[in-house]
Design a protein around this ligand. Sequence first.
Ligand code: THU
Length: 157
Amino acid sequence: MSARALTLSVPDRQRLIEGAFEAKKGTYSPYSKFPVGAALLSVDGQIIKGANIENASYGGTICAERTALVKAVSEGIRSFIGLAVVTDVKAPISPCGMCRQVIREFCVLNMPILLVPADYPQAEPAEGTTEGGVRETTLGELLPDSFGPEHLELSRK
Ligand code: THU
């Protein structure tokens, strides 16, 4: 069973969603033509944006979520209370497996993750979504039974 999601205030939720749309403008995705924007909200109220940055050697591509996290952490921002992700798809799109693990390094399992449809706010949100068609989930839901930094602290034989 996953713990209850932490709650975002309405203004924080709105800032995160707007941040993700803003972030998407920074995409460099000439190969996939699949722009992604991500926004993190730090405990002290900062919005940190990231977009996907592709590479001609495809494996060098960095997802939007990891761009945002690496930007934040390398600037000394390490505590977060929310993440929003948006693409050009008119449905909520989930972070890839690698991004989930990188999020796991820095975020608590019940941190809210907002998956925002491209046509937000939707007039008729799909079932299972919240205001405007946003799918609200948590890291714990997206990455159950996960491995994290605390496991490296356990005593070993
Ligand atoms: N992408 C992200 O930015 N985040 C994800 O979680 C999934 C995939 C990007 C990587 C690549 O630039 C494009 O979407 C298509 O895979």
